[in-house]
Design a protein around this ligand. Structure first.
Ligand code: URA
Length: 433
């Protein structure tokens, strides 16, 4: 078998066999297939798509590319939640400790920023001394003792995805249904959870821009999860506007802490309550309504925040920032962005906001690049809000002043102001079971 022939076959729109898909994955992980050939195949898949059978084969090949995790040492029902990626999406930081407070175990492996979207691991690294890499023993011990632990993907968990994820990030091959499905489900199935709640984002800040595409993505992931005997469901949630007001690593952690403290933005709080109550429901902890009430109590009585602080301590982090967010390191420079005309913010290009944050230093342009954890955006106005000419609509943050000009330009290009107040759409658009 030759990689050249596999690329040519997919380039010409033909279906790859299971053996060819396994040959590619094993060869790429083993180092026999170079990045340039893998990139060419990714682009061919991006342009030509994959059948459901090919997508399932790719998912299982990614799952089997490394060690499968064994969570049997965890005492209790293991539940995970995974987002397909958005802008300002800090939900994992909130729902993981929230669900864990209410008696399920969350042994979470998360990723870094991808394209215009942020990643939980980058966010957590803005907590001083927080370790996102632990031995399996310490990981399982923390899950048992605290109820939750969030680490980066270990090297031997779905290593094919780790390599492919980084390559897709720099070759414009992220927003492809089979590549997203196999990436997410390859990792999820290599872990050893009983239940999985998928948060499939839809809209301008998501990798799937239409509800129809998001539904297709959700249904494919749910079907593959069921084939692997998981209790699994997907929520389709709005990403036509960023979640909350903060975009960028440190800024988002602060907003997540505020939300765990009961003082978060309404949209973010609502999504988190919905996700966490469905995680608990799947785990058999009661009806969705009962679970939601329990989640609301865990936020108002401070127990969810305490679980977050305990996780920070267990992972070597400085938990004093949880109780005093003013202690987080701030960006050196800030710049207010003002409205260029009066009217309503009729819509925003949320991906453009994600790219603005990236331009400020909060994300990566190449897979080796380091990031500015304090860089990002605080939105002062969101879709539907009325603005006057010259009114502040956002504040940009960075440690490198030269980044302001292109970032501000991109931000303004992504903000549309008109005389008509736009219609709001629900935060949760569909549930796929
Ligand atoms: N999240 C992932 O883990 N993989 C993708 O491809 C997209 C979002």
């Amino acid at each position: 078998m030759r990689m050249f022939d596999i690329i040519r076959k997919k380039r010409d729109g033909e279906e790859l066999s299971s053996e060819e898909i396994k040959f590619f994955i094993n060869g790429y992980v083993g180092g026999e297939i170079p990045d340039y050939q893998a990139s060419a195949l990714l682009m061919a898949v991006y342009l030509r798509g994959m059948s459901t059978r090919e997508t399932a084969d790719l998912t299982f090949a990614i799952r089997d590319s490394g060690a499968r995790l064994d969570f049997s040492a965890i005492d209790g029902v293991r539940v995970d939640k995974h987002s397909t990626g958005g802008v300002g999406d800090k939900t994992s930081l909130i729902v993981a400790p929230l669900a864990a407070t209410l008696g399920v175990k969350v042994a979470k492996m998360s990723g870094r920023g991808l394209g215009h979207t942020g990643g939980t691991i980058d966010k957590l690294e803005s907590i001083p001394d927080f370790k996102t890499s632990l031995s399996t023993e310490d990981f399982l011990k923390t899950v048992n003792e605290v109820g939750v632990c969030i680490v980066g993907q270990s090297h031997d968990l779905a290593p094919a995805d780790k390599k492919l994820y980084a390559l897709r990030d720099v070759t414009a091959t992220i927003d492809s249904l089979p590549l997203i499905v196999s990436s997410i489900m390859g990792k999820k199935l290599a872990a050893d959870d009983d239940c999985i709640v998928l948060d499939v984002k839809t809209g301008s800040g998501s990798f799937t821009k239409t509800v129809e595409d998001s539904r297709k993505l959700a249904q494919t992931m749910v079907d593959i999860g069921k084939r692997a005997d998981k209790k699994i469901m997907a929520l389709i949630t709005d990403m036509d506007k960023p979640l909350g007001f903060a975009i960028g690593n440190t800024l988002e952690v602060i907003e997540a802490i505020e939300t765990l403290n009961g003082k978060g933005p309404a949209d973010l709080t609502e999504i988190c309550l919905t996700l966490a109550s469905n995680m608990l429901f799947l785990a058999g902890k009661g009806s969705v309504t009962e679970c939601r009430k329990a989640c609301e109590r865990a936020i108002s009585d401070g127990s969810a925040l305490e679980t977050f602080a305990a996780m920070v301590r267990a992972q070597g982090g400085d938990d004093s920032v949880v109780y005093d967010t003013a202690k987080f390191e701030k960006a050196k420079y800030s710049l207010a962005v003002t409205a260029e005309k009066s009217g309503y913010i009729s819509r925003v290009d949320t991906e453009g906001y994600g790219i603005t944050s990236l331009l400020l230093g909060a994300g990566r342009n190449t897979k080796e690049e380091s990031i500015d954890l304090s860089a990002g955006i605080i939105l002062k106005k969101k879709t539907g809000d009325k603005v006057e000419t010259g009114e502040e609509i956002a504040v940009l943050y960075t440690s490198d002043e030269s980044k302001f000009e292109p970032a501000k330009k991109r931000f303004l290009q992504s903000t549309f102001i008109s005389q008509e107040q736009p219609e709001d759409r629900p935060l949760v658009l569909d549930i796929i079971k």
